[in-house]
Design a protein around this ligand. Sequence first.
Ligand code: PMP
Ligand code: GLN
Length: 382
Amino acid sequence: LTSRLPNVGTTIFTVMSALAAETGAVNLGQGFPDFDCDPALVDAVTQAMRAGHNQYPPMPGVPALRQAVAAKMQALYGLACDPNSEITVTAGATQAILTAVLAVVHPGDEVIVLEPCYDSYVPNIELAGGVAVRVPLTPGSFRPDFDAIAAALSPRTRALMINSPHNPSGMVWSAADMQRLQDLLAPTDVLLISDEVYEHMVFDGQQHQSAARFPGLAARAFIVSSFGKTYHVTGWKVGTVVAPAPLTAEFRKVHQFNVFTVNTPMQHALAAYMADPAPYLELPAFYQRKRDLFRQGLASTRLRLLPGEGTYFQCVDISALAVPERDLPEAAFCQWLTREIGVAAIPLSAFYGNGFDQKVIRFCFAKKDDTLREALQRLARL
Ligand code: PMP
Ligand code: GLN
């Protein structure tokens, strides 16, 4: 059998979570909370099930949920979108991104990704027969390099994929960045896949600059969100894609033969829960406090903190550590850290096609304060 994805193995997130479980390490690797969601959200699922919402929903998603998402897009980002023709409920952001790529990328089309990038993007492009064009984010700051993006645009460019707040760096695009992207794409017909799964995790008073805020971007964009991140339910795998009607029509052609629909009771529960904006409006403060607790703890170690403007990830540079293992490749260092220090982390090299090693690793701080304190105590040995 000739593999469709010859360069793909098991994801680093699965590998590191398994190693953490095997060794009893504190798992700050894979991104997920170790605390539970609001019990009211669980009650809403039970209620939906008892109310008989247990059969297929409409293919694009439960209408009440699409309406709630439309209301949020309007309230937060000023985008008027039609829940009937411009919003689709997906099985998480992962399916949303793959489906968007399959819907628009023809064999031989180029799709620009900004590295480091989430590990599913490039395999998604390759499954569609597209060619991933990897453009580095600015080394060190992880900010977009617009000259490099401009240089990568070609007549064969079908789409550009962006991700702010950014996994793994925690970098957040400014309004000026988005404006610049809008200007850059204006003379082209390049589509945008905007992965905004961390939209509600932006700190220090900054605002999330959704593509929805920029008409020239929104008109060409698939805007991807995930309830898993926002409501502490990564295992539910429910997300949404907002896109102009012609793009949504193509998206749904693939979606209907990919998953057809997404589980019904969760959609009803999320629709009811979204009536109150407080949970997502309070999320920045909730995670900023955890970020600060974690950063303060790390400040007294030899791990060098990189900026963390958004997401629930914190990156650190390991090159000033006193231990000889600091010279190992990042992936081997993370294995050592998990086994010997008892804290699992993710090597940044996993987010690069060529395994670029810059001695930076990623921790997830979506954890109980006690978990973070335990991890900090262990990391203090470094
Ligand atoms: N994009 C990014 C940048 C992510 O970090 C994640 C989650 N790890 C996803 C997409 C996938 O989200 P979901 O769990 O909703 O499929
Ligand atoms: N997005 C999560 C992360 O970056 C992991 C999701 C997964 O395991 N695929 O850690």
